[in-house]
Design a protein around this ligand. Structure first.
Ligand code: PLP
Length: 294
């Protein structure tokens, strides 16, 4: 994804309530070097991020993404982000978005080694073409994440549940899934429960009930899953957070990977075994996810 527009943000205190944050933003050339070599985001992946979908210039789910940014900042002991400042930055970059789908990325880093200020920037890029994943689906390989469901509570310093910049293991999992002949991975706990995909939440349909693993399992609380559950509830379906055994995945009536940019990608096979793709429902869910949402 090549960024088309970028703004540097000078983060201000979370309780700063000025009328405009315009003088804290500076356009930067997205194709030119912009970070000092001592930047901890680059050296240690020490920072957090969010990726928002943008449809015809409208940023989707801004509130839930900023809430999760603040949650991740809390888990990582970063200064609380100023939410109105980030909102204004998002509003400013999406002015440069054309029609169709784009991606806005918010990055909030611990800053330069030895310094005392966080670093922040925001980018706008064209979204990749996800039509095929949304219609034909994705084959997934289940991969052991190597720890049990109680680890997030026992070892909070692992930052499970924070959207940190340290995605090297997530990317390694996708490469391993591809080596196994799949398109994407689904992490499972060492005690046999479904967790999440490296860049998406997992939702299963079991009859008229839709279930997803609880965020207490050390996974991200997906903004797309949250929004989709609200839609499904309006449609009269039951939704629930639950412990999902790996065997439930292969036996589901349908299942999806959900994320802000790819949206709802039906799962078409689990470890080489086909599972049903509900094309009509997937189309309906993606149509909903492409409507402007706050
Ligand atoms: N889980 C992980 C690990 C992710 O990286 C993502 C999105 O990037 C998600 C879940 C889905 O979150 P959202 O729906 O907010 O994009």
């Amino acid at each position: 994804m090549v960024s088309r527009f970028a703004l540097r943000i000078d983060p201000v205190a979370s309780d700063d309530r000025r009328d405009s944050f315009a003088d804290t933003f500076r356009p930067i050339d997205p194709h030119a070097p912009a970070l000092p070599v001592g930047e901890l985001s680059a050296q240690r992946g020490d920072g957090i991020f969010e990726s928002l979908g943008v449809v015809d210039g409208h940023p989707q789910e801004v509130g839930p993404h900023l809430e999760r940014l603040a949650h991740s900042a809390g888990l990582c002991d970063l200064p609380a982000p100023n939410i109105p400042q980030w909102r204004e930055a998002i509003a400013r970059v999406v002015q440069k978005a054309g029609t169709g789908e784009s991606v806005v990325k918010l990055i909030y880093s611990r800053g330069v080694e030895g310094g005392d200020a966080a670093t922040a920037w925001i980018t706008l890029a064209d979204a990749p073409d996800n039509a095929r994943a949304r219609t034909e689906g994705v084959r997934i390989s289940t991969l052991d994440r190597g720890y049990a469901l109680d680890v997030p509570a026992r070892a909070p310093w692992l930052l499970l549940g924070a959207k940190t910049l340290s995605y090297a293991t997530n990317m390694a999992a996708i490469r391993e899934a591809k080596r196994r002949g799949a398109d994407d991975a689904v992490f499972v706990s060492s005690d046999g429960y479904v967790l999440e995909a490296p860049t998406a939440s997992v939702v299963l349909r079991l009859g008229d009930r839709f279930v997803t693993p609880a965020p207490s399992a050390g996974i991200l609380h997906g903004t797309t899953q949250l929004s989709l559950f609200a839609y499904l509830e309006e449609r009269g379906f039951d939704t629930a957070y639950d412990m999902i055994a790996v065997s439930d995945l292969g036996g589901a009536d349908a299942a999806w990977l959900l994320s802000s940019v790819r949206l709802a990608a039906p799962i078409s096979a689990v470890d080489g075994w086909p599972i049903p793709v509900d094309r009509a429902l997937s189309d309906e869910l993606n149509a909903y996810l492409l409507t402007p949402r706050e």
